[in-house]
Design a protein around this ligand. Structure first.
Ligand SMILES: [Zn+2]
Ligand SMILES: [Zn+2]
Length: 137
């Protein structure tokens, strides 16, 4: 277990700490994650907002409402995606694991939105794949 995680954006101005448990790591292949990260998929994990703290650079965070009620937060200076949040889930955030500076033991649990996957990307692991959201969400 990682009791205390630290992370930062590309320019380093935004720094955060998290003391809670990471939710399952999902590799999301949806169009929005691909575009907002510029990659084949995003690696995201749901966390408890109450245990997440921006310790530097809070004033650089901008939010883009990518779907009604869903906001994607990013660094206004370097463009790193920081987290997403939903009005319907006020106690949760979904962080982008590429921003972590602390090493973690946890490994990805599944792929989601595989139906929207980039045609040039091949999934080469054995974890479950779901066409859209994972069951139960
Ligand atoms: Zn930055
Ligand atoms: Zn996505």
């Amino acid at each position: 277990m990682s009791p205390h995680l630290k992370g930062s954006c590309l320019c380093g101005n935004i720094q955060f700490e998290y003391t809670g448990k990471l939710g399952p790591i999902t590799q999301c292949h949806c169009n929005q994650c691909r575009k907002s990260n510029g990659t084949a998929f995003a690696a995201n994990s749901q966390i408890e907002k109450s245990q997440y703290k921006i310790v530097a650079g809070k004033d650089l965070i901008r939010e883009y409402e990518s779907t009604k009620g869903k906001f994607r937060a990013f660094c206004n200076y370097c463009g790193s995606p920081i987290y997403s949040r939903r009005d319907s889930l006020p106690d949760k955030l979904r962080i982008r694991l590429g921003l972590l500076d602390t090493k973690i033991e946890k490994r990805p649990s599944f792929h989601i939105f595989v139906d929207s996957k980039a045609e040039w990307h091949e999934i080469c692991d054995e974890i479950p794949r779901y066409p859209e959201l994972e069951p139960g969400r």
